[in-house]
Design a protein around this ligand. Structure first.
Ligand SMILES: N[C@@H](CCC(=O)N[C@@H](CS)C(=O)NCC(=O)O)C(=O)O
Length: 203
């Protein structure tokens, strides 16, 4: 079985890479040079026709049309990794099929929140003023105590939300996070994790 992650410097591939490192799941990393336009070459658009990173190839599963499973979108990749390789929704480990279904639904919720709501509030300037403080107020409360967002162990939901929060001091250093101490603590805790440092790097 081979998992191949297609990534590149300073791309969202760092999110699934962080998850793979954190969970000790073996993978092969293929790094593309965006500046050189490698992501637009036919060899990669055969994997992601939208020519965006990250993408994942998982040869442990056959795609409906044949060939290995190929996925794009960091959220879809994280959900697949959590389910197939991270054991996050294994009924035998989490208390039965209903408990597994509930966890899967909640992880999907947080992945969609991170990619569709949080990312837009952070990186679309016209949304930032209106949305950002409101989201931070709620996240600050949700993150109180420092535990995982879903279940008992750090997982895909934490990976996506924490990765976006940790982008804040990197890409928006002008934003004062002191009104949200739990968000600040979450960023510091993520940055201290060895797998985060390997995948995203010390900042
Ligand atoms: N929503 C997508 C966004 C993918 C995306 O925009 N990737 C950027 C790098 S972070 C990219 O490949 N850009 C190259 C391009 O658009 O040409 C995801 O989360 O995977």
């Amino acid at each position: 079985m081979t998992l191949t992650l297609y990534g590149g410097a300073r791309t969202r591939a760092s999110m699934p890479r962080w998850y793979l490192e954190e969970k000790g799941i073996p993978y092969r990393l293929v790094e593309l040079d965006l500046q050189a336009g490698e992501h637009r070459e036919a060899a990669f658009t055969a994997i992601n026709p939208f020519a965006k990173l990250p993408a994942l190839e998982d040869d442990s599963l056959e795609a409906p049309g044949g060939g290995p499973l190929r996925l794009f979108e960091s959220g879809a990749i994280l959900l697949h990794l959590a389910e197939r390789h991270g054991g996050e929704f294994n009924p035998e480990l989490v208390g039965g099929p209903d408990a597994a279904a509930a966890r899967r639904a909640l992880v999907a919720q947080w992945l969609l929140f991170a990619n569709a709501t949080l990312a837009v509030a952070l990186f679309v300037p016209s949304n930032r003023e209106r949305e950002f403080p409101r989201l931070m107020d709620v996240l600050n409360a949700q993150l109180a105590g420092g535990g995982p967002l879903v279940g008992e162990a750090w997982g895909a939901a934490d990976c996506a939300v924490q990765a976006y929060l940790a982008y804040l001091p990197i890409f928006l250093p002008q934003i004062d996070l002191s009104p949200w101490p739990q968000v600040q603590a979450t960023i510091a805790a993520a940055q201290a994790r060895p797998a985060y440092r390997l995948a995203i790097g010390p900042r």
